[in-house]
Design a protein around this ligand. Structure first.
Ligand code: G6P
Length: 478
């Protein structure tokens, strides 16, 4: 017994991320309803099988989550999580707010996506320093929970820019565990990254370098990280860098996209799209995004407007299905951006629309079944981010589209590294160039489109979530 107690008991595999696989809504009358999330990490982790004791550590994100933590003592009821063991941390709301909205989403996200309008931003003063203290506390809470839950020599997979400091902090608490960190975002080149105060830049990099292994979505982001280390810490030390390009889950998507709820939404969208002057179905340009500054939705709409101006033959014959789901609405710039997207869509409809034709069909209510219905109907997929870690939508649409589709893809999306050869590549700032690419995509003959769709699908599904996850785990555990 004493020997057993000398070593740590607990989980052999742990995952840590800000957003967990489940969230709770607190209904009137005090009932809690659990909603399970999707995404690559959820399906990836399920690949290691239901009988493992893997633990997922995440933060409580709202009142419902906090109440669930209070009622469960932080170890959520597995019947809410599909059997997954989840430890949810109730970090004080103001600390979480400063760490998540302040540092993670207003600083680190902006740095890695290069979103600052530099004449005015960023300003790293007293407010930033106060928020940084919260970011440290938030990262410490994760490191401590992981240290408490991990078995001797466990594998810990830490996710994303919210938890940059965790590897270093956890290493200090538990030198025995093996630590990986994965970045789902781009990584900024050193000349941009070093806008951060020197001590913070160094702390972030040293935090990450506390890991045995760092994962990135593309070589470009891994190289940028390496360059930042060369400039700030003098190198990456003994930490290994790996590239694991998360792919689409074809099997899941195909099955899900052919259920009744999707068929129902597809029929409704057909109505909204309508038929062109010659009686045939209109072409569709489809985009599906969180309303996120980096997604470049506004320039996408401007490019569509320019297409209608430059190529009037497309009027009445094409519809832009733009699904833009509000995100990070605690931040004023996101609220303003969301409003701008709505305004511009209305403007285009007012300018070009006719009695039987609505040029832009904008949907803002997040509805996965309707997104899949739009994927199925896509003739053209528009994915034009300013900068994006990967962009899974670019990988999903070709897989799901009924007739195959042409992909207009920003060269600044991580997905471009794998899909660029068969996409129509655009510079995300070049609105005229994007309008021209939309025209070419709409005009592509079916043989060419089929050929490209086949290759896009193969590239997009090369590393589905389960393999993506297992590859990282194997690289860590040897
Ligand atoms: C990106 C990040 C994820 C994040 C997601 C949604 O993909 O890499 O970590 O969960 O955006 O953002 P949110 O702030 O809503 O969690």
């Amino acid at each position: 017994v004493s020997e057993r107690n000398a070593v740590h008991t607990g989980a052999e595999v742990l995952v840590a991320s800000n957003r967990g696989p489940v969230s709770y809504a607190l209904e009137e009358g005090g009932t809690l309803t659990a909603k399970r999330g999707g995404g690559g990490l959820v399906s990836g982790l399920s690949a290691i099988g239901p009988d493992t004791d893997a633990v997922w550590v995440c933060a409580a994100l709202g009142d419902g989550d906090r109440e669930a933590v209070r009622r469960s003592g932080g170890k959520l009821d597995p019947s809410d999580t599909g059997g997954q063991r989840v430890r949810m941390l109730d970090i004080p709301p103001d600390v979480h707010h400063d760490a998540y909205n302040g540092i993670a989403n207003s600083v680190l996200w902006f740095v890695h996506h290069m979103l600052y309008q530099t004449p005015l931003e960023p300003v790293f003063g007293a407010e930033f320093r106060a928020q940084w203290t919260s970011y440290e506390a938030y990262n410490r809470a994760f490191a401590q929970a992981l240290a408490d839950e991990a078995a001797e020599g466990a594998a810990v997979l830490v996710q994303d820019y919210h938890l940059t400091l965790v590897p270093g902090l956890l290493r200090a608490l538990r030198p025995d565990v093996r630590i990986a960190h994965f970045s789902h975002t781009p990584w900024a080149p050193p000349e941009y990254f070093r806008m951060l105060p020197d001590d913070i830049a160094e702390q972030l990099l040293r935090g990450m370098l506390g890991a045995d292994q760092l994962g990135f979505l593309t070589h470009r982001w891994a190289d940028a990280f390496g360059a930042c280390c060369a400039a700030v810490t003098g190198g990456t030390g003994g930490t290994r860098l790996g590239v694991h390009g998360l792919g689409a889950d074809a099997e899941f998507l195909q099955e899900r996209a052919h259920r009744a709820d999707v068929a129902e939404r597809k029929a409704a969208l057909h109505q909204e799209i309508g038929t062109g002057p010659d009686g045939t179905a209109r072409r569709t340009i489809v985009r599906v995004d969180r309303t996120e500054l980096s997604k470049n939705i506004v320039r996408g709409l401007l490019a569509y407007r320019q297409l209608l101006v430059d190529r009037p033959t497309w009027r009445e014959r094409v519809v832009h299905l733009a699904f833009a789901y509000p995100s990070r609405q605690d931040l004023a710039v996101y609220r303003e951006y969301t409003a701008e997207v709505g305004r511009l869509a209305e403007e285009i409809n007012a300018e070009f629309g006719t009695a039987g034709w609505r040029p832009v069909v904008l949907h803002v209510k997040d509805d996965f079944a309707r997104s899949l219905a739009a994927y199925r109907l896509a003739d053209v997929a528009l994915v034009n981010p300013i900068r994006d870690g990967m962009n899974l939508v670019a990988k999903e649409i070709p897989v799901v589209s009924d007739r195959g589709c042409a992909l207009v893809l920003s060269r600044e999306a991580g997905a471009h590294e794998e899909l660029g050869a068969d996409a129509l590549t655009v510079n995300p700032f070049d609105v005229s160039g994007t309008a021209q690419a939309l025209h070419e995509a709409l005009s592509m003959d079916t043989t060419e489109r089929d050929r490209r769709t086949e290759r896009l699908t193969a590239a997009a599904t090369a590393l589905p979530p389960a393999q993506w996850f297992l590859r990282q785990l194997r690289a860590l555990t040897g």
